[in-house]
Structure formats: structure tokens, C-alpha cells
Design a binder for this molecule. Structure first.
Ligand code: ADP
Ligand code: MG
Length: 761
């Protein structure tokens, strides 16, 4: 029993209170069978006049329920002998379920029932329903809930709640437990009356009681669609708890210790002087914000948001230099090998002349090379390590880590973000509700500054305190304000809201795959004129739905990705062959995630150096790849890709002075959703607008990667619908933390009782 409850997320008795119904059944009245319409869920009462087990199309128990002259079929595909007894001929029962038209069923051999299912209901005369005709027409209920009842059996006084449950835990048992909890646990309000009045919120206890046992006259629809006032209160409370917990995390930072890394303006100024461009105003602004954070003696937790191509890398490089100037190490991580490598090359180009030589570390290095790299990191021989999540493996120990930079952080998740933050602290501080769902993702929790003794020796000797590194996270996934407020409430956010000058806008064209040959010509002409082009092959999955969920090869969150990966690879290889044959005068390269790293690096380098005209690639290039001379992008099967991915891909061009073109090749017929998406990407170039539309098309869970995102922590509220409530919750959270920390604590206690990490108000 306890195990079953735990499966439902119920660990304490108080958790029962917030285990809210999915829907309700109305057993407060009886509907005459004559009034029952297909599609309605009703309670009927009558006498069983026929009951038999049929074997075709499959074994099922079929009963006839009569109420006067009206009849209704009850059908059970799974049934127990006890049910058969309950439904024996002559029994009087009440049945509740959805009424539907009977359809289908085996045609009993030899019975001339060929077209009988076409006959109107009256044709099966009530007095003569033969076995042969049972189940062919009229109304039926499949798996109704039945109980013995006669005319004197009282009706329910309130709607009957149906709870989410698990196998072996019956509704009545759950209901009893919950009602008991409702009666015995004090439902005092965590929020003060004036606040409730101001926000026009219902009382907490009243709301809960209503949701668990609504009176017969409460609209079941308002309850089920979560727009009843009682729901509003619960959703507000949930959002408030979420905002509080994230703000608490944010505030708690001031109690934690990080090395203060003040600007010395030596390396940073030297780099700025060497750059062939000036920082944009937006870059300067965010750089100031970051430089200031690094100066503080508690860990920075800053998210740098900027649309694709806005120039985040240089800002990251400056941040790294400020740490290095202070003699601290920097770990710079990217989610894919190609991207990490590109950062490695770019930063080497910028920093080697300044005397800083980065070390490269990725999963695909040979063991010996890995050991050598780890050695240089552990001894402090190198101050800058760049790589994939291999940087965070247990075997890598930093000597004196001052700053962690995570590029494309949306590819990781909230969980990793929190774990990263918790590193250096004891491992129990990982938030329990986020631990499942790790899914083979990189475990940043193992990122350590050497063994505890080592780090103490290295840096904490004077104080005996373990320092945490500062964190800079970067993302090009512009998320709408509502989501940002909720999702990033525990971070400070800097936004680069301006693109570097001299960019020519990208022209986007939608082209049907039927005109593929024309596009070949287009690529030929462009490349022969000295331009370079990408041809991107999508993830092809038989299951259209999951393909639409924006799953990409670079998505490190997925562990079971080999099959679809292989298909994408196959597709890329075939396309590469097709293009090589169709365009013999062009040099065509192929890049995908399965290439040996050296080969992949060679292909990318050749493309970057202009030695290849055309690069056929899987979505491995989705994030970050930067080749300014590439000004034509063809995206194959664009209808299968998500908006965020299309936007990212398109952002690979338009980085130079030449006018860029992005061709979205699509295969007909288009689904409604695909049509919508293509329209959005065709009409918009602003990442924020696209993200907003994406939110509307897909909902927040998917936009951020449902399981990983903080959004998944919300059980009741829905960020697309409850934007207003969220804003109120956010303001209230700040207010409470400032003026009434006791109230905040009590509220968190109720909502996050077993998640002690949240409670350090
Ligand atoms: P993203 O924000 O997508 O990571 P990058 O950092 O890759 O963008 O920058 C995109 C391109 O713009 C790079 O080639 C980079 O060198 C260039 N760039 C960055 N800042 C500026 C600037 N202020 N002026 C001109 N070019 C810039
Ligand atoms: Mg980038």
C-alpha cells in the first residue's frame, strides 16, 4: 500500500490533501435510459435481463440492462467471476459510464445478420433480443462502474472524485484515505487574509474540500478544466511555492562562498584590443554585469541569453580571462563535440597569443590523452579547459576552479543546473524531485574541485571553506517572458538584445520537395560564385509525433537515441551521395555525430577554410557552428523539425556580409501543425517572437524539454493559461520573502514538505 502511494508521489499523509481528482462522476442523480445520449456520462438504474459471456471478437461479458421498456447494453472486456455474479439476471443495479453507440462485433456464423447493424435500434425488438443480435446496435456502456442498488438506495450528495491512481489501488480506498486526511489534518491557510482579499483568492481549506467533494451543483466542467475558483487558489499556491523555492535558492547564494575575481584589465583589455571588431552596446552591457558578478565573493549564477549570432562567445571568453587573471581555472563546456571543438579552436585563436593555452577534453579522446588532459587540469598546469561533459566526469579534478561556463545550457536541464550549483556541497542537497529523469545525462554533480582535501589545500587553507565556482550559462533559446520568470527565477539573466552590425537579413523560402532539382541548381550557382552552403538532414522517425518534438542528435538528454540516430545518419549519407552525383563540380563534405572526432574536425575545418563548397550535415550543426562565409542553407524535410531547431539552424547563415538564403524544403502533405510552424519560421526572424509562437503551438513543457524543466514540477498550474497568476505569484513571493519570511516558510513547508532543500529561507 505504501509503495503504491509512493508511486503516486504520496509519501506523507499531508500529500494526500494535494492528490487532486482528475475528473468527477455524477452519482447524485439517475438519468432515464431514454434520455441518455451517446457521449454523455450518466448514471442509470435498471434490472439485468440478460447476461452472457461472448467469445467474439474477444471474450467479453455482455449484459442487458432494462429500465421499463428501455434497454442498454453493458460490456466488459475484462471481468471477474464476482462481477458476473453481481450482474446476474434479475439483479437490480446502478451503472455509471459513458454512453456510446454500439458498433462492430463478430457476426455469428450462419445467423442472417448481415446488414442488421444498419437497422435502427427499434428493429431489435426489446422482447426478442436474441443472443445473435446482442451487441450490434442500440446504446451501450463499456466497463461501466456498477453497484447493486434499488429505489431506496440513497444518491450521493456530492460529485464523486476520480483520482489518478495506480494498479491495485482502488478508487474507494484512495477516496477513504483522502477524506480521512481532509478531516484530520488542519487545513489552516498559509497565507494571511489581507493578501487573499487583495488577490481575490478563496480560502485554502474550502478550496481543497470543494475539489475533493464538490456539491452536486458545482460545474464539473469548470472543475475538470481547472478554472473554478478553488482551482485558482490551488494553482496560485503551487506557483507561489515554485517561485519561493527558486527565489530562496537565489537568495541563499549570498551565504555561499566563491572566489572574488576582480577585474585586473590585463588579459581582458589585451583581447579586446586584438579583436577585429568592437563589442556591440549590448555585449558591453552584459559583459559589465558579468564582470561585476565575478568580483563578488559569492557564486555568480547568471544566464546569458542572446539570439543566435548575437556574439555570446566573446563575452564568455572575456569572463574566462577575468578568472584567469586572478589565477583561477575555468571550465568551458558545450553540449556537443563539434560545438565544443569550435569553441576550443576559437578560444585558442584568441587566447594563445595572450599566453593562455586551453586544454581540450572530450569523451572521444583516447584514454592516454584523456589522462594527460586530466593531469594538466589537476595540477593547475592549465587554467582553461574546454570540452564536452567529459569535463565533469569524476576522474577530472580541478586544481583551483573559479568559473564554469556552460554553452547552450538549454540542452542540459534544470536538474544539471542545480546539481552544478550544489557541487562542492554535500551530495544530499540535490533536489529530490529532480533526481529521477537523469536519463543518462551528464552528471555535473561529479564536477569537483579535486578531492575535498585537495581543494582545501589548494584554495581554502586560510578559511577552511570550500569555494564554489561562479557559473555562467549561455543560451540562444529565447524564451517568452512568462516562462523566463518561472524557469529562471533562480538565476540572474543578462540579455544580448542586439546583433553585431553588418549582418544582412536572411531571406527564407519555402519550397516543396517536388522542386528539389531547382534547389540543386541554386546550390551550384551560389557555390560557383564563391559562396558556401549547408544542406541539413533531419531526424527521420517513423513516429511523426516524436520527430516533431524537436529531438536532435545533439540532444544529450536522451539516452536511447541510437535507432533514430542511425536513420538520420543513413539519410545524411544518402543525401551526401545524391548531391555529390548531382553536383560533380562542387566539393561536398559530410559531417555527422558518428564520424570519428578527427575526421569530423577535419571536415569542419575544411569547410571553415573554404576548401569545401557544400557541407551535408545532420542536425549536429544545430547549435553554435560559425562559418561566416556560408550564406546558403537548405533544410531538408523542414516539416519534421521543431521551431526552435529551425531557428537555430537558420542562424548558421546570415553571419557574414553576403545576403543569406535559407531554403526550407518540405514534403507534402503537411500536417496542420507543420504548416503552422513553417508559416511562423517563414514570417519571423526574431527568436523571441518565434519562441512565443512555439509556446502557443506546443505548450511550455515541450518547449523547454518537459521532464528536465522546472515546468515539470508544476502539477496543477499551466504556464500558458495561468500567466496572470504566475505574475501575481512572483510578486507575492518577493513580498513574502522580504516582509514575512515565516509565511513563506510555512507555505513552502506545505507544498514542498519532503524537499528540505527548499526550506532554507
Ligand atoms: P552566438 O551568440 O550565436 O554564440 P557567436 O559568439 O558565435 O554567436 O558570434 C557570431 C559571430 O559574430 C562570430 O563570427 C563572432 O566572431 C562575431 N561577432 C561577435 N561579436 C561581434 C561584434 N561585436 N561585431 C562583429 N562581429 C561579432
Ligand atoms: Mg554560440
Amino acid at each position: 500500500m505504501l509503495a503504491k502511494l509512493a508511486k503516486l508521489g504520496i509519501h506523507h499523509r499531508a500529500d494526500l490533501l494535494l492528490h487532486l481528482p482528475l475528473r468527477y462522476e455524477d452519482e447524485t442523480q439517475i438519468t432515464p435510459i431514454a434520455d441518455a445520449q451517446p457521449g454523455m456520462t450518466v448514471q442509470v438504474q435498471g434490472i439485468i435481463t440478460h447476461s452472457e459471456v461472448m467469445f467474439r471478437p474477444r471474450r467479453s461479458l455482455v449484459c442487458r440492462l432494462m429500465e421499463g421498456h428501455e434497454e442498454l447494453t453493458l460490456r466488459f472486456l475484462n471481468f471477474y467471476p464476482s462481477q458476473q455474479k453481481q450482474l446476474a439476471v434479475g439483479k437490480q443495479i446502478r451503472a455509471i459510464g459513458e454512453v456510446r453507440l454500439r458498433h462492430g462485433g463478430a457476426k455469428p456464423s450462419g445467423a442472417g445478420a448481415g446488414a442488421s447493424h444498419l437497422l435502427p435500434q427499434s428493429a431489435g425488438s426489446a422482447s426478442n433480443v436474441s443472443e445473435v443480435r446482442m451487441g450490434y446496435f442500440g446504446l451501450e456502456m463499456v466497463h461501466p462502474k456498477c453497484r447493486a442498488a434499488d429505489d431506496d438506495t440513497p444518491l450521493q450528495q456530492s460529485l464523486t472524485p476520480i483520482y489518478p491512481t495506480t494498479a491495485g489501488l482502488a478508487q474507494p480506498v484512495l477516496r477513504k484515505l483522502i477524506n480521512n486526511a481532509l478531516e484530520t489534518i488542519p487545513l489552516s491557510d498559509t497565507l494571511p487574509a489581507p493578501l487573499l482579499k487583495k488577490l481575490k483568492l478563496a480560502d485554502f481549506g474550502d478550496s481543497l474540500r470543494l475539489l475533493h467533494n464538490p456539491a452536486a451543483d458545482v460545474s464539473a466542467t469548470a472543475l475538470e478544466e481547472h478554472n473554478h475558483d478553488a482551482w485558482r487558489r490551488i494553482k496560485f499556491d503551487e506557483l507561489l511555492a515554485q517561485q519561493l523555492s527558486m527565489r530562496v535558492h537565489h537568495r541563499e547564494r549570498s551565504k555561499r562562498i566563491a572566489p572574488a575575481l576582480p577585474p585586473h584589465q590585463k588579459l581582458t583589455s589585451a583581447l579586446l584590443k586584438k579583436l577585429p571588431f568592437n563589442l556591440t552596446g549590448a555585449q558591453q552591457k552584459v559583459w559589465q554585469e558579468i564582470a561585476h558578478d565575478l568580483t563578488q565573493a559569492h557564486p555568480m549564477q547568471r544566464l546569458l541569453l542572446g539570439d543566435v549570432g548575437s556574439g555570446k562567445t566573446i563575452v564568455a571568453a572575456l569572463a574566462a580571462l577575468q578568472a584567469i587573471e586572478n589565477g583561477y581555472q575555468v571550465a568551458f563546456m558545450a553540449p556537443t563535440e563539434i560545438l565544443a571543438e569550435q569553441h576550443y579552436l576559437k578560444l585558442s585563436e584568441w587566447l594563445v597569443p595572450l599566453g593562455i593555452t586551453p586544454v581540450w577534453l572530450s569523451g572521444s579522446l583516447k584514454k592516454k590523452e584523456k589522462t594527460a588532459a586530466a593531469e594538466r587540469i589537476a595540477t593547475g598546469d592549465t587554467l582553461l579547459a574546454i570540452g564536452t561533459h567529459a569535463l565533469f566526469q569524476a576522474s577530472v579534478e580541478f586544481n583551483k576552479l573559479g568559473l564554469v561556463i556552460v554553452d547552450e545550457q538549454h540542452k542540459f536541464g534544470v536538474q544539471q543546473r542545480l546539481e552544478l550549483r550544489n557541487k562542492g556541497k554535500s551530495s544530499q542537497t540535490v533536489r529530490p524531485e529532480l533526481v529521477e529523469g537523469t536519463n543518462g545525462a551528464p552528471n555535473l554533480n561529479t564536477l569537483r574541485q579535486g578531492s575535498p582535501e585537495q581543494s582545501r589545500r589548494a584554495q581554502g587553507e586560510r578559511s577552511g571553506v570550500i569555494h564554489e565556482p561562479h557559473q555562467l550559462m549561455m543560451s540562444a533559446t529565447p524564451i517568452p517572458r512568462t516562462l523566463a520568470m518561472s524557469y529562471y527565477a533562480d538565476l540572474d539573466v543578462s540579455v544580448i538584445d542586439e546583433l553585431p552590425p553588418g549582418r544582412t537579413p536572411i531571406v527564407t523560402k519555402l519550397v516543396s520537395d517536388a522542386r528539389r532539382d531547382e534547389i540543386f541548381e541554386r546550390v551550384r550557382t551560389a557555390c560557383l560564385a564563391g559562396r558556401q552552403a549547408y544542406w541539413v538532414c533531419p531526424l527521420i522517425e517513423e513516429n511523426e509525433v516524436s520527430a516533431q518534438a524537436n529531438v536532435s542528435e545533439t540532444n544529450v538528454k536522451r539516452s536511447g537515441r541510437s535507432q533514430s540516430d542511425a536513420r538520420q545518419l543513413q539519410n545524411a549519407i544518402e543525401t551526401h551521395q545524391q548531391l555529390t552525383e548531382a553536383l560533380p563540380e562542387l566539393k561536398v563534405g559530410l559531417a555527422h555525430g558518428r564520424l570519428p572526432p578527427a575526421e569530423k574536425a577535419a571536415v569542419m575545418a575544411a569547410f571553415k577554410a573554404g576548401e569545401l563548397h557544400l557541407l551535408v550535415a545532420t542536425t549536429v550543426i544545430e547549435v553554435g557552428v560559425d562559418v561566416p562565409n556560408a550564406s546558403l542553407m537548405v533544410i531538408d524535410h523542414a516539416e519534421r523539425m521543431g521551431l526552435a531547431q529551425l531557428h537555430q539552424l537558420r542562424g548558421r547563415v546570415g553571419r557574414g556580409a553576403a545576403e543569406s538564403l535559407c531554403v526550407l524544403l518540405f514534403m507534402q502533405p503537411l500536417s496542420e501543425l507543420a504548416r503552422e510552424r513553417l508559416k511562423v519560421i517563414y514570417e519571423n526572424t526574431d527568436g523571441f517572437v518565434i519562441a512565443q509562437q512555439d509556446l502557443q503551438l506546443r505548450g511550455p513543457g515541450e518547449l523547454l524539454g518537459a521532464r528536465q524543466s522546472g515546468v515539470a514540477m508544476l502539477r496543477f498550474a499551466d504556464l500558458t493559461e495561468d500567466e496572470g497568476l504566475l505574475e501575481q505569484a512572483r510578486l507575492t513571493a518577493d513580498e513574502l520573502l522580504r516582509d514575512a519570511p515565516d509565511v513563506a516558510r510555512a507555505h513552502l513547508q506545505r507544498w514542498m514538505a519532503n524537499k528540505h532543500d527548499f526550506l532554507q529561507v
